[in-house]
Design a protein around this ligand. Sequence first.
Ligand code: FES
Ligand SMILES: [Fe+2]
Length: 444
Amino acid sequence: MRQATMKGIETLVRESGAYVSRRVFSDADIYKNELENVFGRTWQFVAHDTQLPKSGDFLTTFMGEDPVLVIRQEDGSIRAFLNACSHRGPLLCMAEEGNAKSFSCPYHGWVFGADGTLLNVPREGGDGYHHQLDKGQWGLQSIRVESYKGLYFANFDPAAPSLRDYLGDFAWYLDAIFDPLPAGVEFLGGTMRQRLKCNWKIAAENIVADTYHVLAAHAVAVGVCMGDRGMQIGIEVGEKTDVDALGISATIDGHGWNANFDGQGIFGLFKDPAPWLAYVNRQRQRYIEHLGERRAWFVGSSIDGGVFPNFLFVPGFTFRQIHPKGPNECEIAMWTVVERDLPPDLKREMVRFNARMLGTSGMFETDDCANMERIAMTVNATQGSRRDSHYAMGLGRERERSDLPGLIDQRVSDTCFRGYYRRWAEFMQAESWREIPLAPRKLT
Ligand code: FES
Ligand SMILES: [Fe+2]
């Protein structure tokens, strides 16, 4: 039976998302509700084109807590299925990725094709089912899939708007990552995974919205990478006050984009930034011609953000997805994503950098995970769960701008937090997609 929508949401998310009850990070009923009302209706990332290059290539992932099998079809399309045998429900495919023509259930041996059809059933005839089983009715449960610029998203809800409408004007920002000339992006290597003892939103909000933590939480990591140079950048950023110098945070329908405009933000962390900057300067000219001056600002700049609810990116470094595993546990899946025509030695350096810095045991990652699990310790305690979390930085300062889509504030601001939790509340209380608004599109 469908989980009821949340009543009294206004007591959990108050003042435009500036104050959020810590119960949303610990309460088991709220969690059950969001599996249905958020993960049952939103578009969730399931694969990138480059992860499944050939027919029969597959990977396994999750939508909410539901295991999902994603397969490249013979006609080149991508389809997604519940990764559960339709006979009695066990996990069908246990491999993380691979290539297969069919999938055989380990329990009684039903065999499913890459298109989800039930191909073969042991004892289908007189020694078992007496030819009375209608195999056409017992294929894998198919899930709706749509794509944007090489990204495949899936949605359980047939009434959801198209992926393109779901992304709305946020696609304008995504293009700055996923539409680079001439070759697009590439998901490199495999998937890194780790489990964290905290609610999934604590891990998601860190990248969708939290630019404030970097200089405190990552002070040591920045110092190790950059020495005094890192401190100097911190001081310079602190002295700037106007939006264009600092960069922006932008929120649209719960999606978040936080970016500076210096064109070299991420590369200062490398031992030798020179080859990176040379590459970026070449790319910037292409961006100006292809996407215009405004988005060329983002090339090489430090960006973090995400597509609501759980697909997150720190371009140049890791892309990730946060899968819920109970009210107080989540799994982070991570990938290294680079521009496809990046020189091979720089690709290798990026993979190594990610392993050291943002991978499961990387310096930045361990800083963040320690703070996330410390939040989980207090929000799961009796008194601690009764307080609100504070997301009021910059409240009332968000503005629309003619040259940038979304609601905009300076980069270090809680704007994207507030947008994220306002959107979360909209999903939690809506009976159906008919009650969930989409921001009007200004851009094509
Ligand atoms: S449960 Fe899969 S074949 Fe029986
Ligand atoms: Fe961080």
